[in-house]
Design a protein around this ligand. Structure first.
Ligand SMILES: NC(=O)c1ccc[n+]([C@@H]2O[C@H](COP(=O)([O-])OP(=O)(O)OC[C@H]3O[C@@H](n4cnc5c(N)ncnc54)[C@H](O)[C@@H]3O)[C@@H](O)[C@H]2O)c1
Length: 596
């Protein structure tokens, strides 16, 4: 029979601890909430009451339930108050010596049968456990931020944690309405091991001014469907905590350079810019602890007038290509009121593209998203052509032909001869250097990347890729065009993977390496990222959808351009591709799709 937990203790009521107290008290368990000082205790209490009051205001918690919840909490300064609890969860700052000191003290204060748990994100649970005389009763219970919301708990068992303790804690997680994954004691466990390399990389992009904070965050939210961008997430985690986690992962996790904290993080911590909890981190908040972002000196001016500033007028757009992207892009421009000339390599291809655009627009009508008149008007704006000469008087050309540099270069050289001066020439390439395409023309200042996402009519993001030769006027035009299409345009430099792929694929590759190392299963890794970090799909689900061959090709490009050893494609990914396991499209990838 599983052990009955009637009262638990929580030590440290900061970002995590206050949320963990709420989780227990909400589920009918008495909590002794402990802090180091009366001031810190008050702060913790204020965080918790703020959170429960918000839940009441939103109608998610009845007032009477809130009052009952609060009545279950005993607020105390000092560890002595924990003498009779069944379980303690420690959530103090991420320093090994501090945690070891607290565990030695808990060992002295708590009943001999009490379980002692740490919420550490990256430190060794084993090293913490040996500070006690009961390492077999020490375990990691890693909640996710915000603890009352995120469903996942990573249960970390060391080589000495007793099986009973693991089973009791798993049963407790179920009682709390959480989903647990039980794993061994490795730096970063599942979720943080996959998350923090990505977060650090995003901070590196910001530090090197590769893109703005707003654009990096918007790219990951809109391009991957993540609940928040990486810099906003760093602010939520707390930069001091994030620094310690990265530093520990670097030292414990094989000195992977991708975990060496980007210098800016340390500078911000030193300057007191800790994120939401201090009211300022990458963003500025209404007040310390508030989730509400307020404008500051770095907030871009995004009014229509400012966006159009310096932009050339665009009325007529040429779209070259006949594949999925070209078809979607024609639809996007036509619906937004632009006159479009579609150019393919023959009448037959033109007919196919025309049919595909019609089918897609008709779907919009059937779903009630588009009126018949608007559909007809959009189609009426498109001219179907099989010769590039028809692009002589367009204002913008969007190239979406096959992803081969020689083909794109030849096309841009032809466009250079055909198009009028002042035209903006855009490529939709997702992996080739835009500058190579630009230099195939005599007008590199007019060339830019417009990286649409698939399906273009639905995905709200466009990466605007500026080369070192792109003029400010061309970039302003691209921004205005994206706004005109109702898309969010994010501006970045001309580096492999731009923003989204450069941040996404190394994370997917890391998940494959984790599976290959037999640390966890594909199912648990997928759960961890969905339930712990709110990702819409787990890494293996996503890899099977994107295609393992496509993912491998992107990862190889990143590795070749950036020469980052940690970006080397996972051997397992290479083997699966060699074996023809390409994901959904071939019926089998990480999972077998023929049986579903
Ligand atoms: N922030 C996150 O997103 C996150 C997520 C999961 C796990 N964690 C882990 O949770 C732990 C706490 O992180 P946090 O972000 O909540 O930190 P935090 O800095 O927000 O809070 C730590 C709290 O511990 C208190 N404290 C310090 N010394 C103490 C002592 N001797 N006795 C009692 N209280 C003491 C501090 O006053 C502070 O309120 C860390 O191990 C961290 O790695 C953090």
């Amino acid at each position: 029979m599983a052990r009955e937990f009637t009262s638990v203790g929580v030590v440290g009521l900061g970002t995590m601890g206050a949320g963990i107290v709420e989780v227990f008290a909400r589920n009918g368990i008495d909590v002794v909430a402990v802090e180091i000082s009366a001031t810190a205790l008050e702060r913790g209490r204020a965080t918790l009451t703020g959170s429960t009051d918000r839940a009441v205001a939103k109608g998610k918690l009845a007032e009477a339930d809130r009052d009952a919840l609060l009545a279950r909490i005993d607020w105390q300064v000092g560890l002595d108050a924990l003498h009779s609890v069944d379980l303690v969860i420690e959530a103090v700052p991420e320093h090994l010596d501090l945690k070891q000191r607290i565990f030695a003290e808990l060992d002295r204060v708590c009943r001999p049968e009490a379980i002692l748990a740490t919420n550490t994100s990256s430190l060794s649970v084993t090293e913490i456990s040996v500070a006690t005389t009961r390492p077999n009763q020490v375990i990691g219970i890693h909640f996710f931020n915000p603890a009352p919301v995120m469903k996942l708990v990573e249960v970390v068992r060391t080589v000495v944690t007793s099986a009973d303790v693991v089973a009791d804690v798993e049963a407790l997680c179920a009682r709390l309405g959480k989903v647990d994954v039980t794993i061994s004691d490795r730096a970063g466990f599942i979720a943080n091991a996959l998350l923090f390399g990505y977060l650090n990389h995003a901070v590196g992009m910001f530090e090197s001014r590769y893109a703005t904070r707003e654009d990096i965050d918007a790219a990951m939210k809109l391009g991957c469907g993540l609940p928040m961008g990486p810099l906003a997430l760093m602010d939520l985690i707390g930069l001091d905590t994030a620094y310690e986690i990265l530093d520990t992962m670097y030292r414990r996790g094989g000195r992977d350079r991708r975990h060496a904290p980007v210098p800016l993080i340390k500078q911000m911590v030193t300057a007191g810019l800790l994120g939401r909890k201090s009211g300022r981190g990458f963003y500025t908040y209404e007040r310390p602890g508030s989730p509400v972002v307020v404008p500051d000196e770095h907030t871009p001016v995004s009014t229509g007038a400012a966006l159009a500033d310096g932009a050339r007028a665009i009325a007529k757009v040429g779209v070259v290509g006949s594949g999925t992207m070209a078809t979607g892009i024609i639809e996007v421009f036509a619906k937004a009121g632009y006159e479009v000339i579609s150019v393919t390599r023959g009448a037959e291809k033109s007919a196919k593209v025309c049919e595909a655009v019609k089918t897609s627009l008709n779907k919009g009508v059937v779903r009630g998203k588009l009126s018949e008149d608007d559909r007809d008007a959009a189609l009426g704006r498109v001219t179907w052509s099989a010769t590039l000469d028809h692009l002589a008087d367009v204002d913008l050309v969007v190239e979406a032909v096959v992803e081969e540099l020689s083909v794109k270069k030849a096309l841009f050289a032809s466009l250079d001869e055909i198009c009028k001066p002042g035209v903006v020439l855009a490529t939709t390439t997702s992996s080739l250097p835009v500058i190579d395409v630009a230099m195939a023309t005599q007008r590199p200042a007019d060339v830019i990347g417009l990286h649409f996402f698939n399906p273009a009519p639905i995905m709200p993001l466009v990466e605007i890729v500026q080369t070192i030769r792109t003029s400010a006027e061309t970039a302003a035009t691209a921004r205005a065009v994206c706004a005109g299409l109702g898309k969010t345009g994010v501006v970045c430099g001309d580096r492999s993977g731009f923003i989204v792929n450069a941040l996404l694929f190394p994370y997917l590759n890391d998940a494959v390496k984790m599976l290959e190392a037999s640390y966890s299963t594909a199912d648990d890794i997928d759960y961890a990222m969905k339930l712990g970090c709110g990702y819409p799909m787990g890494p293996f689900e996503l890899l099977d959808v994107v295609g393992l061959d496509v993912s491998l090709a992107i990862q190889r490009e990143l590795y070749l351009e950036l020469r980052e050893p940690g970006f080397a494609p996972a051997p397992l990914l290479e083997h699966l591709v060699t074996a023809g396991y390409l994901g959904r499209k071939s019926g089998r990838g990480f999972r077998d799709h023929t049986k579903r």
